[in-house]
Structure formats: C-alpha cells, structure tokens
Design a protein around this ligand. Structure first.
Ligand code: N2P
Length: 357
C-alpha cells in the first residue's frame, strides 16, 4: 500500500513538473517577445494581408490590437501592463508620450527604408529629426456629404453644419480634439486655443448643433455614410476617400475657415519586448510596395514618396486627399497642450456628448 502511495505521489509530482515546464515555455514564447511582435494601431488602419506577408517574411507572429482615439491609446500605455512593440499615435500624442518618457529613441540604421519618405513629412516640430517616430499616414479633417441626399446643396464651411435643413443628418467622428476643434474653427479660433472662455464658447456653440447630430461614432461612420443612413459626416480624410471610391454621390471638403492637418507615425513604446521585431515591422511598412498596398486598402494618404508610383493615378492625383503644400500650410497641426489642457478638452467633449444624446 505504502509503495502504491509513493508511486502515486511520484506520478503526481512528475506530471505537475511537466505541466509547469510546458506552461513556462509557452509563456516565454508569448511574452519574452522573441517570436512575437505586438502592434497597437487605429482600427481599420492596415491591410490584413500585409500582416500575413510580414509574418511569412520575418518569421514573427503578430499580435494585433486596435484603438479608436489617441486618448484611449495613451491611457492604455500610461497605465502599464501592456507589451506593445509598436504603436501609431498622432503628432500631439507623440509629443506628450515623449515628455512622459514613454518612447524609445530610434536607431535609424535599422530603418533603411526610411529614405522612401517624402522629406515634407520628416523632421516635423513634434519630433525633430524623427528621433522617436516614422511616418505612417497623414491627412486632414473635413466634411463628407452626399450631394444627392442634400438635393445639390453644397457644403463649404463648418458653419453650414448648423443649418436647420440638416436636422438629424450629421455623424461626428468620436474625437475630442476634432469635435471641439470644429467649434473653435467655426468661430475662427485656433485648434490649439488654450483660452478657457473661447473653449466654453465653442462648446456652447456645439450644443446648438445637437438637433442636427444623428450620432457620434467610430469606424462605423464609413458604413453609415456608404449605406446612405446619414448624409453628412465629419471625418478623417482617408475614411472619406475609402467610401468615395465606391459612391460618386459623395464629396469631401476641407472647410474654408480651416481645419486640422495630422500625421500618424509609428513609435516603439517603452513597453516593447521585441525591439528587433519592432524595427523589422517598421521597415517592412516603409517599403514602397507594401506602403502602396496599404494605401490602396486603407484609403489614407501615404507619406511614402517612392510608393506613389505603385498607386493608381486616380488616387495619387486626387488633390482632396493629396492636397498641395499651399493648402496644407493653411491648416493647423494639433499641438501638445499639456496634460491639464488636454483633460479640459476631453471634459468639454464628454459634456457635449451627454448633451447630444
Ligand atoms: C483610421 C483612423 C485614422 C486616424 N480608422 C486618424 N488619425
């Protein structure tokens, strides 16, 4: 009997040991980062075929997660406990993350494809000499509208969105800077205004638009406009480009009072576990043919000059999505307004959202 108990204990201990070992090996494969690259990107912002291609060429497995605003992305990284090797913030978020010491400086010798980027998109004020970031996509904020559903009415200005005829017709992108910015721009204030009285004035003006607002939404905005469930949307340019290629009743305008010019860049957050994998992915996305595939799929504007020749002319010569420097110079890039001011923009945006429900 004693013998049997001993055998039992032995079997138990040995199988426990084996289980522990298997688990440990799996965990180190998943989390040590040797074999995986963990990417944190905006929703609908990559051609899934490129993830497959990268996995095949590099031998890494990609773990892919998405976010729908800079604020959500930063909160997640700031809170810690994540293992992202790559993230794709916009300019003001890059500047904020840099200040908070959340980014790793880049070794450009590991990014030979960086030479393909148009110099117009390099060395911008939010990240001089591209010490921490490399360009991914760029664009504007504007208004997409269905000419037929609006009976030929043209939209040219932010102030057109307060028109009584647009009752329950407008969808807004779910972004604090974009929506508060729309109020500011309509009053001819700067998108980087730090004057609280101006900000309150903008929010109160926005409150008056609520009867016209159908919903404030994320990536679904494209589907709703494409299916003609709404006739007007305040969107990022690439979302407009994607649906306009399928529906010629749609048009996109950057309002005459001005708007936002933005840049989304790839960075390596301090959370990275696989630096080599992160560089491999960045360099892969900077390859002209891959950048062109991604651009055609996603609809956004590529900063990759060498990629333009692989794109159909209708895309690369569409000045609504590839505006020339004369227009972009008139637009404003979001500045990092500091933690407190950004929190104030968010607060006003949340109040406005509550008001428009
Ligand atoms: C893609 C979101 C684009 C982000 N769905 C604009 N910065």
């Amino acid at each position: 009997m004693k013998q049997l108990t001993r055998v039992f204990i032995l079997v138990f201990v040995v199988s426990f040991g084996i289980l522990y070992l298997i688990n440990h090996l799996n965990a180190s494969e998943g989390y040590s980062g040797d074999k995986t690259v963990t990417i944190f990107n905006w929703g609908d912002y990559i051609d899934p075929a490129l993830i497959k291609k990268f996995e095949k060429e590099s031998g890494y497995k990609v773990i892919y997660q998405t976010f729908d605003s800079n604020e959500a992305m930063m909160t997640k990284i700031e809170q810690g406990g994540t293992t992202f090797d790559i993230a794709v913030p916009s300019e003001y978020a890059i500047s904020k993350m840099k200040d908070e010491n959340l980014l790793i400086p880049l070794d450009h010798s590991k990014l030979p494809n960086l030479k393909n980027i148009d110099s117009r998109f390099m060395d911008l004020p939010f990240d001089e000499k591209n010490k921490y970031s490399v360009p991914y996509f760029w664009g504007t904020v504007g208004i997409i509208y269905n000419k037929e559903m609006l009976n030929g009415k043209e939209i040219t200005s932010w102030n057109d969105l307060w028109d009584k005829d647009l009752k329950n017709k407008i969808l807004l992108v779910d972004g604090a800077r974009e929506v508060i910015g729309m109020g500011l721009n309509s009053l001819n204030y700067s998108l980087n205004d730090r004057n609280k009285a101006h900000l309150v004035e903008a929010k109160e003006k926005l409150d008056k638009m609520t009867p016209n607002i159908k919903a404030i939404v994320g990536d679904e905005i494209k589907m709703l406009i494409a299916n003609e469930e709404a006739s007007v949307g305040v969107v990022w340019s690439g979302d407009a480009a994607e649906i306009m290629s399928e529906n010629d009743k749609l048009d996109y305008v950057v309002p005459k009072e001005g708007s936002n010019l933005w840049f989304d860049n790839m960075v390596i957050p301090k959370t990275a576990k696989n630096m080599e994998g992160a560089y491999a992915f960045m360099n892969f996305m900077l390859d002209p043919e891959n950048a062109a595939i991604n651009t055609e799929y996603v609809g956004y504007s590529t900063p990759n000059k060498a990629a333009l020749k692989y794109l159909p002319k209708e895309i690369s010569s569409d000045t609504r999505f590839y505006p020339n420097p004369e227009l972009t110079d008139k637009l404003e890039v979001y500045e990092n307004l500091g933690k407190k001011m950004l929190a104030y923009y968010n607060e006003l945006f949340l109040e406005f959202k509550m008001h428009s429900k």
